[in-house]
Ligand binder design. Sequence first.
Ligand SMILES: NC(=O)c1ccc[n+]([C@@H]2O[C@H](COP(=O)([O-])OP(=O)(O)OC[C@H]3O[C@@H](n4cnc5c(N)ncnc54)[C@H](OP(=O)(O)O)[C@@H]3O)[C@@H](O)[C@H]2O)c1
Length: 126
Amino acid sequence: MASIHILGLGNMGKYVAYAIMRQRQQAAFASTPPTTLLFHRPGLLAEWQSAGLSIRYTAMTSQGPVEGPPVQGFSVDLLDSTVATKIRYLIVATKAHATAAALVPLRHRLDARSHILFLQNGMGMV
Ligand SMILES: NC(=O)c1ccc[n+]([C@@H]2O[C@H](COP(=O)([O-])OP(=O)(O)OC[C@H]3O[C@@H](n4cnc5c(N)ncnc54)[C@H](OP(=O)(O)O)[C@@H]3O)[C@@H](O)[C@H]2O)c1
């Protein structure tokens, strides 16, 4: 099954990755595609390892912060020109002004069958 790749792993990108993986782990939604996190700098790999290869979600409620279980099971890819596997589904969650530069290292992995969802404020995708 083609993976959903996520580019831009700040607040929005990590939240979306978490939500997709949580859904995939429910029996009724087992057909949800797997998720691949795209790391644009090597330091992110070390951060990911020290986070236990997981994403945690803290909900702010009227009773205070409530932390959900850590979610694991993600694949990760370092943005590297030697990786040539095509990307079928891509979610871009960088700040809008960073969009064009962020897509350059992925150009060779996108083709007419790629679907890209931009989750951003602003006009960077134009
Ligand atoms: N956060 C929200 O609640 C929220 C709500 C509605 C809309 N939005 C919109 O969603 C978008 C993302 O917001 P955010 O809050 O998630 O921003 P953010 O926390 O700053 O995340 C942006 C991420 O993009 C990464 N990035 C920068 N350059 C990159 C590149 N060349 N390649 C790949 N990744 C790159 C940044 O990494 P570095 O650490 O290297 O800079 C950072 O991890 C924005 O357009 C924002 O307006 C956000």
